[in-house]
Design a binder for this molecule. Structure first.
Ligand SMILES: [Zn+2]
Length: 211
């Protein structure tokens, strides 16, 4: 027997469609594209984690009613607009799924969630025009209030990314801590051991538990 042979998916096409149906019944997600067993498992686990943030009532998440989650080849890991999450099937991770679901949630609320968080943390672009002219210049990057940011800051960081990264960090605090350290934003510098102890961690906790 060839030890290197990749074991074929044990899910038949019929099984896959049952799982996709369950995703819709539980969470209202329409999964489109070519889902195999591994990717389906990532989507299912991520959905349980994401929607489980408010386990007392899944129906709170009624905004997913028209949400399509589609696998699509592209250069980015994921891309979200209102009612549509595109996920790159290459290197799909739970982090990416949760991050994109957070964008979709924010989009469904007219991007109010990220705006509230920016206001609560006191974060903004101090020089938006210069940032557009010199995107690589750190002096003009998004100014993070109430640090640490969930995973550090880069040229693409803004209030939308701050919110989506915070939701992902809330669900994967270990991974977030590692990413923040790699970018020179160690939580310890701000007296925190874990994302949940940070200002953003507490803010997300309040958001998901509000009645
Ligand atoms: Zn994003």
């Amino acid at each position: 027997m060839d030890r290197n042979a990749v074991s074929p998916s044990v899910l038949t096409a019929g099984d896959v469609s049952i799982h996709i149906r369950q995703l819709f019944d539980r969470f209202g997600i329409h999964a489109e594209g070519n889902w195999d067993e591994d990717k389906l498992r990532i989507l299912e686990e991520s959905s349980f984690l994401f929607f489980g943030m408010t386990p007392e009532n899944y129906k709170k998440w009624f905004w997913t009613e028209n949400l399509v989650v589609r696998l699509e080849d592209m250069s980015k890991g994921g891309l979200t607009s209102k009612n549509l999450v595109l996920l790159n099937p290459a290197n799909l991770t739970s982090w990416t799924v949760v991050h994109e679901l957070a964008h979709a949630w924010d989009a469904s609320q007219g991007w109010k969630l990220s705006t509230w968080m920016a206001r609560a943390t006191g974060s903004q672009f101090n020089y938006p025009l210069f940032h557009r002219m010199f995107p690589k210049s750190k002096s003009f990057w998004y100014a993070v209030g109430n640090p640490p940011p969930p995973c550090g800051v880069d040229a693409n960081f803004n209030k939308l990314e701050d919110f989506a990264e915070s939701v992902a960090a809330y669900l994967f605090p270990e991974e977030a801590k590692k990413r923040a350290e790699e970018r020179g934003w160690s939580y310890e510098r701000f007296g925190c051991q874990n994302f949940h102890e940070t200002f953003r961690g507490k803010w997300i906790d309040q958001l998901v538990h509000q009645k």
